[in-house]
Design a protein around this ligand. Sequence first.
Ligand SMILES: [Zn+2]
Length: 82
Amino acid sequence: MKPIPTVCPLCNGQVKPGTTTFSLDLESGVIVVRQVPAHICRQCGEEWLDDEQAAKLEKIVARARHEKVQLEIVSMRESGRL
Ligand SMILES: [Zn+2]
């Protein structure tokens, strides 16, 4: 995994925990995942996900791809039971 820095390597801004919105254009449609816990640079907005969240995202995306959703908007907070 990419190590999560405390100081942004791009702009030297402070990296703080927060939430972000992840979206991906699948061939069959679009998936949007809201409230993804991430580490975000306060200055330039660069984002880092930890392994656990990245794995959860992968599962959500894999399921959406499998089900050929046209548009799905989910919240990471509510999909914790996956
Ligand atoms: Zn930055």
